[in-house]
Design a protein around this ligand. Structure first.
Ligand SMILES: [Mg+2]
Length: 268
């Protein structure tokens, strides 16, 4: 646990780690307030690219969690940062929500609606406004060998009442069957989304820790990015799952409250 004392930046998954739907998990508020007081950086990370950072900000604020836009990293904002680092102001065709398209155009990219125009990259996100025409256009662009990025790999999005909605990974799977093309993926468990934070802010990898409730996204992603991986047992993963997984977390906490109590006892 000594390594945790050196952490300058905590990255938190949200659902199952900080809150369940509209209820804060015990200890979240105390932990975030503590980090803020001690001037330790923190970010909230989500693979969901259908919403923008403002929508998450509203949610966190409604729960009383202190946050600003810059504390929230979606797979959409991480993709923007990645593309900005290699081709700012690129011409993009986006299979994504209007909210995602606006984030890209607000960041200086030229978002095209006609696939016959010059397109540098096809970007696929969690498009809850998907239409047949967008799929036709995406297949056309992939057949023309346009470069291809997906915001995240999730096949299904866990909605309310145990329902699952088709997510970004299902769209890219469909496009792979159609064209044989596979995207560069940015979101968890790929390291790109973590590196977008680490490199942009200039942290050493030993100064960054991820906390989340899913082994195959949060923990696998942290291990891919070579940062400390903390699992909380307040979400999807149960203690017995740890025996058979290949994604071994560096630390396991019953809940986020345990991390808060550790920091309070050992850093003060
Ligand atoms: Mg989660």
């Amino acid at each position: 646990m000594n390594k945790i004392k050196n952490i300058k930046c905590f990255i938190f998954d949200m659902d199952g780690t900080i809150y369940h739907d509209n209820n804060l998990i015990d200890g979240s508020l105390e932990l975030i307030n503590y980090l803020k007081e001690k001037k330790i950086d923190y970010y909230f990370l989500t693979n969901n690219s259908s919403k923008n950072t403002k929508e998450y900000l509203i949610k966190l604020k409604s729960l009383g969690i202190p946050a600003t836009n810059s504390n929230i990293i979606t797979s959409g904002t991480a993709t923007i940062q990645y593309l900005n680092s290699i081709k700012p102001q690129a011409n993009l065709f986006i299979v994504g929500t209007n909210s995602l398209k606006k984030q890209f155009s607000d960041s200086g990219f030229l978002v095209k609606e006609n696939p016959k125009e010059k397109i540098d990259y096809l970007v696929v996100g969690y498009d809850t406004e998907l239409t047949y025409q967008k799929l036709v256009d995406a297949v056309y662009l992939l057949s023309k060998n346009v470069k291809y990025i997906a915001t995240h790999p999730d096949l299904l999005y866990p909605a309310k009442d145990n329902l699952y909605y088709p997510d970004c990974g299902l769209f890219t799977y469909m496009l792979k069957v159609a064209t044989g093309r596979k995207p560069l993926v940015i979101g968890k468990p790929e390291k790109a989304i973590f590196e977008s934070i680490i490199f942009e802010k200039g942290y050493k990898k030993t100064e960054v820790m991820m906390l989340g409730d899913r082994l195959y996204t949060d923990i696998k992603g942290a291990l891919n990015a070579n940062i400390l991986a903390g699992l909380v047992l307040t979400g999807e993963t149960k203690e017995k799952d740890l025996e058979k997984t290949t994604y071994k977390p560096t630390y396991v906490f019953n809940s986020i409250k345990d991390l808060y109590l550790f920091l309070k006892e050992n850093k003060d």
